[in-house]
Design a protein around this ligand. Structure first.
Ligand code: IMP
Length: 189
């Protein structure tokens, strides 16, 4: 789905200015589209959704309600990102103690930036005996990719700009916005 960009309105948060980028309505229609696709394609499966915290919590909650498969859900936390720049280093991971042998896994990610986090996570899960590992992401920044990651379900491909809201943070803030905003670089570098 192509994002609808609006230049109307600015949001001042501390010293940063953001502009509205993806409204709640357009996010919901992308979520519904992804859920419908998964409901069709995974009809005979009992997938385990692995939600990457913290950023994916809102997206995962909206999506999972629309999944009508015999699906399960679990959560993992990976520390690899500080402020507005990906470090590319996976520092820690917590959660996911369960047995993954023979399971069809769907990683639920908020945003794929360099791809380094998912590259690490996918091979980590594969090495734990998963039958299949597919990736679902709300947002992807294709031009920021440093490694190739095969993403099966994508909400929106977006430019390499910093976005906040709908679970996404800037230094742990602004996750609670019900829309996605983009940092207005031309206003504040
Ligand atoms: P990657 O390893 O570079 O692909 O980074 C993935 C993680 O970086 C995501 O799960 C987010 O937590 C974070 N991230 C990347 N871009 C943004 C952004 O524009 N806003 C907020 N967080 C971001």
């Amino acid at each position: 789905m192509q994002p609808m960009t609006t230049t109307i309105g600015k949001i001042q948060l501390k010293d940063k200015v953001f502009r509205p980028y993806l409204s709640e309505e357009i996010i919901f229609s992308a979520v519904a589209e992804m859920a419908e696709k998964m409901n069709n394609e995974l009809r005979d499966k009992n997938p385990l959704f692995i939600v990457v915290l913290n950023g994916s919590f809102m997206f995962a909650s909206d999506l999972f309600k629309q999944i009508n498969l015999e699906a399960e859900i679990s959560f993992i936390k990976i520390a690899s990102y500080q402020g507005m720049r990906s470090t590319g280093q996976v520092v820690t991971s917590i959660g996911m103690e369960q047995d993954l042998h023979g399971r069809d896994l769907i990683i639920v990610e908020d945003i794929v930036d360099t791809g380094l986090t998912l590259h690490w996570l996918k091979s980590n899960l594969e090495s734990r005996g998963a039958k299949s590992v597919e990736i679902l992401t709300m947002l992807r920044k294709p031009e920021a990719a440093k490694v190739e990651v095969d993403v099966k379900y994508v909400g929106f491909d977006i430019p390499t700009d910093f976005v906040i809201g709908y679970g996404l943070d800037f230094d742990e803030k602004y996750r609670n916005l019900d829309f996605i905003g983009v940092l207005a670089k031309h206003v504040y570098a």
